[in-house]
Design a protein around this ligand. Sequence first.
Ligand code: HEM
Length: 289
Amino acid sequence: MKILGNGLGLAEGEHWAKLRKVANHAFHGESLKNMIPDMVASVETDAAKQLLEGKNIFDMLNKLCSLLFKNSYKIRLPGISKLFKTSDEIEGDKVEKEIRNNILEIVQKREKKAVTEKEDSFGTRKEVLQLFGKQNPNPDGIAKLKTMNMIINEALRLYPPVIQLSRKTGREVRLGKLVVPANVQLVIPTVAFTMIPQIWGQDAQLFKPERFSEGLAKATKDNMAAFLPFGMGPRICVGFNFATTKAKIALSMILQRHSFTLSPGYVHSPLHFLTVRPQHGVQVILHSL
Ligand code: HEM
């Protein structure tokens, strides 16, 4: 019975009711409707492969069933299995372990596939391949990297390397309702502006490059000062174009050659130390295309 676990089929009472509620929800019309495209895709492409993967598991389940059946009327003292195992019990444990490993293998394979598919969910690789094919990036194409530009903007919004600007008033100035005398040092916490829900919405903390799909003015609801990763005015970052162009070239060349996933060892820990940076680096796993 160990292999059957404590699932819905064997659960009782309150535990059963809880599991049943979850299962009802999972198999409810709406949830099921959302699964249909995946079901269709899996029937079209993966059916044969899945059958092969699954066959091994069903063979082992059959073996386990016959062991259970063979032993179901045998009387054993409670706890004796811990001290002494019959050959059937040893065989049963082995089969159970194999089933578990097989299932885990299938799950891991699916997870890996899902991550690889998700990796280009914004269509950036498609965009790169359409513009450059396998050739090196060229200036005309770089200017047309629309989704990549959106992704870079969104990354800079959430993790601006420079989190504040500073200015000193050369003379008395009026800032809205505020009159600031001459020689005052002002700190402008630009990072705080990137989280204003009235501008960015309730999902301001989420990574959503599509918010930049219709340009900066639309994304900031005409408050261009809400997005200042490179500063503003005459002292705006002089390397602005250099930095974004280099990033686009590097990303394009990676996407032309590799798919990549975040390493399971990566720990998300942005650290502000002069600039914002990943405290422990960003470990990715590259797969050649
Ligand atoms: C993602 C990369 C970069 C970010 C986020 C960034 C951000 C900034 C920011 C916020 C400022 C202050 C702007 C202001 O006060 O209004 C600045 C200034 C500056 N940046 Fe960058 N920067 C980047 C890359 C670069 C690169 C690659 C270079 C050089 C090739 C560069 C050179 C400069 C210089 C020289 C200034 C001072 C400009 C001045 O005071 O007139 N930056 N940067």
